[in-house]
Design a protein around this ligand. Structure first.
Ligand SMILES: Cc1cc2nc3c(=O)[nH]c(=O)nc-3n(C[C@H](O)[C@H](O)[C@H](O)COP(=O)(O)O)c2cc1C
Length: 239
């Protein structure tokens, strides 16, 4: 079903993330793509080299204004974020003719939040989180499978198959979160919303705000020393 032509409100909304969350909810509702919450996350290496990959957006939290995703803290992106927390994110829904761009800084989610989310994951994925040293080289596919078998044996579960087997539901519910796996909160400093317009006259606006970022922000810092955000300033941009 085609979407009605839409424009950003004029004057612009005071803050952008509620609208971004609405667009994400709409994409999820329409289910036109297998992973409507897929987003590209770009990080920067210590040599200044950007790298980008797709991850799943777990949530957009409008107040205080961050995007949450989960990953391996020792992966390339994890190591880059620990050294340099600046992040750029792109979400794109082709069929909705919309794009969201976010720039900001990432901090680890509190451990209790990562624990709670890990508990909701199917046990086969919990095995995967322990078995895969994400981003590290592996000698062969067989060596990776051997790591999966070793992990399943260690936790006393069946070996996960290519498909989830309902008969094995709950087999590994006791598997705890690995310390190297968890969430990041990307606090937004800049958000750009883009809507496709007729004749390529797209509708585009950017919101910016200042973040007070505690030095060496870490999971504990986020709860002990909250990140304070200033008010959003909105600007309409030429397409
Ligand atoms: C649709 C899709 C969803 C993905 N979701 C995640 C995710 O939520 N977390 C994650 O760590 N990797 C996810 N990946 C894999 C990443 O793209 C990437 O291969 C992996 O995180 C390693 O990246 P790095 O070596 O740059 O750290 C996903 C890939 C695709 C294609």
């Amino acid at each position: 079903m085609p979407l009605p032509a839409q424009l950003l409100a004029d004057p612009l909304p005071a803050e952008p993330l509620a609208l971004a969350a609405e667009w994400l909810a709409l994409a999820r509702h329409r289910a036109d793509q297998p992973n409507p919450n897929a987003m590209v996350v770009a990080t920067v290496g210590t040599d200044g080299q950007p790298s980008a990959r797709v991850v799943l957006c777990k949530e957009i939290v409008v107040d205080p204004g961050y995007i949450c995703f989960f990953t391996n803290y020792l992966s390339r992106k994890g190591r880059e974020l620990e050294a340099h927390p600046r992040v750029a994110i792109v979400m794109h829904w082709d069929h909705l003719h919309r794009q969201v761009r976010i720039e900001g800084r990432a901090v680890r989610a509190p451990a209790a939040e990562s624990d709670a989310y890990f508990r909701t994951r199917p046990w086969q994925r919990r095995i995967g989180a322990w078995a895969s040293a994400q981003s590290e080289p592996v000698a062969s596919r067989a060596a990776l499978q051997a790591a999966v078998v070793e992990t399943a044996t260690r936790f006393g579960t069946p070996v996960p198959g290519p498909e989830d087997d309902p008969a094995q539901a709950g087999a590994g519910e006791h598997i705890p979160r690995p310390p190297h796996w968890g969430g990041y909160h990307v606090y937004a400093e800049t958000v750009e919303l883009w809507l496709e317009g007729g004749s390529r006259i797209h509708d585009r606006a950017r919101w910016t705000r200042a973040l007070r970022w505690p030095e060496r922000a870490s999971a504990t810092d986020e709860t002990a020393r909250p990140i304070i955000a200033g008010a959003w300033q909105a600007t309409r941009l030429q397409p």
